[in-house]
Design a protein around this ligand. Structure first.
Ligand code: AMP
Length: 487
């Protein structure tokens, strides 16, 4: 067992983080081409791999590949091999480990009831325990991702109808999941009972769409209908859209980091414009941690809306003092140690004209390991800035996420190991401040607690994990090591 696990690991070195984007469309011309466009709009949610599955009334077709949507699905040749009026697809987030094709979603399997394709955004917190018990009962896994656990649970369910089988499977899993699935007759969308990851419904003519974010509706001119509710299963078939809520009701805990960083600023989630929320966080940050300065400079791109809000509130000029090179792809290979040491300069460069002699406030959305900030500050100082202050539009990231955002273990999180003063010294700034957790909630427009419970999942800032971490062992995340686990 041990030898096998190690052998697998040598080949795969895979880390099944599931931070992803989903898109499904039911009953529309050129369903695959529309899915490719939707996934392209969701590319920020995953750059590691992409897959599309279609059904043409007689059979399923699938194409899955490593890399970006545009690199894999822009040719007529590929799209023409994906016929059918029903399609779904998935983009998967880049992680540090090498990836393998058999982990690329959507997963597809033939069941007693026919074919089913499924794609997942989130992370299951009891996948390892379930996987072990399924293997004990004879299941053979083909991938190392937690989503396959759901596939096996669906296959083993005693229920007849596919929606009942999916419900049965999901009552056994714990964690965060937004799912899109399709069968020969249905497109299905599910959000976990806490609603940790987003999922929305849209319409294009008479066709229905289920996707991660509204920006994927905009790109194809589809209309936003509503969010899928936490704990809701939405089933679309020839009769239209049906909804069931089969799970016990629990508190809603949408991931607040989607608003801070992860979602695209032009998306609307749960009635709030992501861009407006980010600006309002910037305004709140300016109120909480004002300091005399000449310019507000965002760390692009994710720091831009918060920096705009900060600049408006502080009544200071907003300047593009750092320029980002948008063509640094995931595939950019850093061939030698010397080149690797150039680090952040591949992606960002100081804009001397906007920085020289100035007292600068840099605004970024988060400090995770502190690598980006340290390099950016060094660059800004070298460009002649007189003072460099840093303001962060999230509270200190002190805890790892086990629900689908790729964060390192705690020992690598700068804020888990240093207080703000020590962080400022390491990063090399004249001052450093983070938005407070209450300030963040004020900016989002809600009080932090509704009775006892926080209104969002803010575990990465507070350590209050809303969903049991069943697979966790000694503080390490099993989401990182399904294959290396020992009996
Ligand atoms: P670090 O250099 O590790 O401190 O990372 C901080 C930078 O990474 C910030 O500029 C963020 O915009 C970005 N960031 C934060 N969280 C994530 C994440 N989960 N995945 C990728 N980038 C992130």
């Amino acid at each position: 067992m041990r030898a096998m696990a190690e052998a697998n690991l040598d080949h795969d070195d895979d880390k099944p983080h599931e931070e992803c984007g989903l898109f499904g469309i039911f009953d529309y011309n050129d369903a695959a081409a529309h899915t490719a466009l939707g996934l392209h709009a969701l590319q920020h949610r995953g750059q590691e791999s992409v897959g599309i599955v279609t059904y043409d009334g007689a059979q399923f077709h699938s194409h899955r590949a490593l890399g970006l949507v545009g690199d894999n699905f822009s040719s007529e040749n590929v799209i023409s091999k994906l016929p059918g009026r029903v399609a779904m697809g998935h983009v998967r987030y880049a992680t540090t480990g090498a990836t393998i094709l058999r982990n690329v979603q959507p997963l597809f399997a033939e069941f007693k009831f026919g074919g089913l394709a499924i794609a997942h955004n989130g992370n299951l917190t009891n996948a390892y325990a379930l996987r072990r018990s399924l293997i004990d009962r004879g299941s053979i896994f083909q991938s190392t991702n937690d989503t396959e656990t759901i596939v096996h649970l669906i296959a083993r369910s005693e229920f007849g109808r596919v929606v009942d089988r999916i419900t049965d499977a999901l009552t056994q899993v714990e964690g965060a999941y937004s799912l899109v699935a399709m069968t020969q007759k249905k497109l299905i969308g599910v959000r976990d009972p806490h609603g940790v990851r987003p999922l929305v419904i849209g319409r294009l003519g008479t066709a229905y769409i289920i996707t991660s974010e509204t920006c994927a509706l905009d790109i194809i001119g589809a209309k936003f209908i509503r969010d899928v509710d936490p704990g809701e299963i939405v089933v679309i078939d020839e009769q239209g859209l049906h909804s069931i809520k089969p799970f016990s009701k629990v508190s809603r805990r949408f991931c607040i980091f989607e608003y801070i960083y992860f979602a695209r600023p032009d998306s609307v989630i749960e009635g709030k414009h992501v861009y407006a929320v980010r600006k309002s966080i910037g305004r709140e940050l300016a109120r909480e941690s004002a300091i005399a300065a000449d310019v507000i400079v965002p760390v692009p791109d994710s720091g831009v809306p918060a920096a705009l809000g900060y600049a408006q509130e502080a009544d200071l000029p907003f300047e593009l003092g750092i320029i980002r090179n948008h063509y640094v792809g995931r595939t950019f290979i850093e061939p030698t140690a010397q080149i690797r040491n150039l680090g952040v300069r591949l992606k960002h460069n100081a804009n001397v004209g906007a920085l020289k002699g100035k007292r600068v406030i840099l605004v970024d959305d988060s400090i995770v390991r502190g690598t980006t900030s340290t390099k950016i500050v060094d660059m800004v100082r070298n460009a002649g800035a007189r003072e460099v202050h840093m303001r962060i539009s999230s509270p200190p990231t002190t805890h790892s996420c086990f629900y689908g955002i790729d964060t390192p273990e705690r020992d690598q999180l700068m804020a888990a190991n240093h207080d703000v003063k020590a962080m400022a010294d390491i990063i090399g700034v004249d001052s450093l401040a983070f938005i407070s957790i209450d300030g963040l909630y004020r900016a989002v427009g809600e009080a932090r607690r509704n009775g006892e419970l926080p209104q969002y999942c803010d575990a990465c800032f507070t350590g209050e994990y809303p969903i049991r971490l069943a697979d966790r062992d000694g503080g390490r995340s099993r989401q990182l090591s399904l294959l290396t686990e020992r009996d």
